[in-house]
Design a protein around this ligand. Structure first.
Ligand code: FOL
Length: 176
């Protein structure tokens, strides 16, 4: 990657990380046990443009910086692992790959199963000393997960396919 390309890349990564921070900390709906946000959009774009390694690193930076500066519920390292895993997943599924409905849905489903329906409830049960199988925790979470499955798949398809982001992406990918 030449110098100009790497300047483009770093600037774009910074912008997408900033968008993740704003979407998570300022434009989300958050209760003690549930957060609904659109952080996944810049995160998925990071995956499309930069691949699993950089999407993972950027997501960790967004979590650590965003939560430290603006978090309302303290800092728990488990959520940093969530950020890493989902960033890597988006990179594995979307980097230099055709964004198909099937591909997108499988990626979102994996993310939902691992993050929303396993790790997050685990972290919350540890953080707040509630049992893992607490129904008050699970009922809204499952409703949210099912709704977001379709919203996430639709939005990622939109940004990955409908918008001419590929033209931008070719800048970063051009010379490796
Ligand atoms: N610690 C760290 N490091 N990062 C955080 O973002 C963080 N957030 C909280 C506490 N410690 C933190 C606040 N608590 C969810 C629920 C409570 C919560 C954080 C997240 C949650 O339901 N997350 C969604 C995915 C996030 C989304 O949709 O934006 C989930 O379904 O798991």
């Amino acid at each position: 990657m030449n110098k100009k390309n790497s300047i483009y890349s770093i600037t774009t990564m910074g912008l997408l990380v900033a968008m993740m921070i704003v979407l998570t900390n300022f434009l989300s709906i958050q209760t003690q046990f549930l957060r609904i946000s659109f952080e996944f959009i810049p995160q998925a774009i990071l995956g499309m443009f930069f691949g699993p390694l950089w999407a993972g690193i950027s997501s960790v930076v967004a979590d650590v910086v965003g939560t430290t500066l603006f978090g309302k519920a303290g800092f728990f390292i488990g959520f940093t692992l969530n950020a890493l895993i989902s960033g890597v997943l988006y990179g594995l599924f979307f980097y230099k790959k055709e964004i198909t409905l099937k591909n997108t849905f499988i990626c979102v489903l994996l993310n939902t199963l691992i993050i929303s329906l396993f790790l997050t409830p685990l972290w919350l049960s540890i953080m707040y000393h509630v049992p893992f199988f607490n129904m008050g925790l699970w009922v809204p979470r499952i409703i949210k997960a099912v709704a977001m499955l379709f919203i996430q798949t639709g939005s990622i398809m939109f940004f990955g396919k409908a918008l001419p982001l590929k033209m931008l992406a070719s800048r970063y990918m051009a010379k490796g």
